[in-house]
Design a binder for this molecule. Structure first.
Ligand code: NAD
Length: 488
């Protein structure tokens, strides 16, 4: 496949027991390339019947099937083989990801490096999760071990399809669960291909099943299925509520990752050069459609004008283009998302929030593409929606603060608590502020939207609960068995 290929690939169907099957409904969903605004592929519209088949296949795999019989080391080896297969197919996967999401090729390539790394990390970790022994009554020997839930369900979003797939199924498979994945209808071609690659490296039937389809059909059927043991979700707070309600009705656990409004807290003594370029670059990564984007810059008033100038200069140079143009950012995912972002722009204008700078859209991009020029606003009033709501677009808000206490109050002043950064060369202050912020990850004098694969990641407050990435994820996708032996 080529990024320019006009061919519409045929819907492959749903992937169950290592084979493609047509969706029971026979229906398909058209897939639009965001940079072109044109349909370029079709996926199967999976529904309740397909989900049920996938859950049954997963159940067979963990209970009595070949997957459930593998040792932790053997599971780890399969994950490591998948990492190598992803590396071997990295260019093909990056082209597919770039066409499906519109992101620049350099970013799609980086995403494949990260996706392979998930399987490399969890492949290595699979046989390194140890239990404990617990001193108990005389004549007893007590051990604990982490055991898989059984069948885990994974509902993932469209912003980083391949990475999200690796992030959620990597630890689940490492712990010995069999997975059923419902990828996002807007972008799911790489997860479908990754499932196929998993089969090609020897994952047994039923270990990894994937049912594409609409959220309200396949997603609702999967998260509400009576025979799943755990559900992991990343996406909007609204759907998060539905997922957690379904999990509650099923009396099972869930992980929710629901986005953020992550602050950069910039003190007067910060290294402005490094801070400004990091803030601008990471904000437009994935056209701002990153749950952990640092979308608020809180600046000590004494240096506000200087910081604003440095950021505005950088934002003014940012350019959106097609994947092949490989500029700073691509288009946003669809017409709805573009209209949603433009709604924020229109309301900001109505309420008189100043635009500090706008980037541009490159000449020659297809007219029907969903391009949005990046914007930076400031000073944004504290109660304005640009200071509190997740835009999920290339938009940065700047707000001044008075002192350390005010900075912490402002940083904690939204419903979210996913990530944060503190920029200061006063180590004690940076540490105090970092520990005062309610967020799952806090950087000091650095920022990486999404962070590393080794680093536990997830929300506090309304950003959700549970942890992905790092060893913490292995605990979240497994449960604990305590065995009590009386030997007299
Ligand atoms: P969404 O929450 O609707 O979709 C995420 C996933 O949930 C998709 O796979 C979707 O098919 C599925 N889904 C939708 N309805 C469902 C239902 N009733 N039951 C089960 N699954 C269902 O997100 P979206 O509409 O694609 O984006 C809307 C907003 O969500 C964005 O503007 C952004 O603010 C936020 N978002 C956040 C993240 C994140 O990483 N935290 C990712 C994507 C979107």
């Amino acid at each position: 496949m080529n990024a320019h290929s006009p061919a519409r690939s045929a819907a492959q169907g749903v992937f169950i027991d290592n084979r493609w099957h047509p969706a029971a409904s026979g229906r398909t969903i058209e897939v639009v390339a965001p940079a072109e605004g044109l349909v370029f592929a079709e996926i199967a519209a999976g529904g309740a019947e397909d989900v049920d088949r996938a859950v049954k296949a997963a159940r067979r795999a963990v209970e009595g099937g070949a997957w459930g019989k593998l040792s932790a080391t053997e599971r780890g080896r399969l994950l490591s083989k998948l990492a190598l297969a992803i590396e071997a197919h990295a260019e093909e996967l990056a082209l597919l990801e770039a066409r499906d999401t519109g992101k620049p090729m350099k970013q799609a390539r980086a995403d494949m490096v990260a996706t392979a790394r998930y399987f490399e990390f969890y492949g290595g970790a699979a046989d390194k999760v140890h239990g404990e022994t617990i001193p108990f009554l005389p004549g007893y020997f007590v051990t604990t071990e982490r055991v898989p839930y059984g069948v885990t369900a994974h509902v993932i979003p469209w912003n980083y399809p391949a990475q999200m797939f690796g992030r959620t199924v990597g630890p689940a498979l490492a712990m010995g669960n069999a997975c059923v994945v419902k990828p996002a209808e807007d972008a799911c071609l790489t997860p479908l291909r990754l499932a196929e690659l998993a089969a090609s490296v020897g994952f047994p039937e039923g270990a990894l099943n994937i049912v594409p389809g609409l959220g309200e059909e396949a997603g609702a059927a999967l998260s509400g299925h009576r025979d799943i043991d755990f559900v992991s979700f990343t996406g909007s707070p609204e759907v998060g509520t539905l997922i957690q309600s379904a999990a509650a009705r099923n009396h099972i656990g869930c992980t929710l990752e629901l986005g953020g409004k992550s602050p950069h807290v910039l003190f007067g003594d910060a290294d402005l050069e490094t801070a400004a370029s990091t803030i601008a670059t990471t904000m437009v990564q994935n056209a701002g459609q990153t749950c952990s984007a640092g979308s608020r810059v809180l600046v000590e008033r004494s240096r506000y004008d200087e910081v604003v100038e440095a950021l505005a200069q950088r934002f003014g140079k940012l350019t959106a283009g097609t994947p092949e143009m490989d500029r700073d950012l691509g288009p946003v995912i669809n017409a709805t998302q573009k209209a949603r972002i433009e709604g924020f722009f229109a309301r900001a204008e109505e309420s008189g929030v100043p635009v500090l700078a706008s980037g541009q859209v490159a000449e020659g991009v297809p007219e029907a593409g969903f391009f949005v020029a990046p914007r930076i606003y400031g000073p944004v009033p504290r109660a304005n929606e640009l200071a509190t709501k997740e835009v999920f677009g290339p938009v940065l808000s700047v707000l001044p603060f008075e002192d350390e206490a005010d900075a912490v109050r402002l940083a904690n002043g939204t419903d979210y608590g996913l990530m944060a950064a503190v920029w200061s060369h006063d180590g004690n202050r940076a540490m105090r502020v970092a520990r005062g912020i309610k967020a799952g990850q806090v950087y000091i004098n650095a920022f990486g939207a999404g962070g590393g694969i080794e680093l536990p990641f997830g929300g506090m407050k309304k950003s959700g609960h549970g942890r992905e990435k790092g060893f913490a994820a292995l605990h979240d996708v497994s449960t604990l068995r305590t065995t009590i032996l009386k030997h007299g």
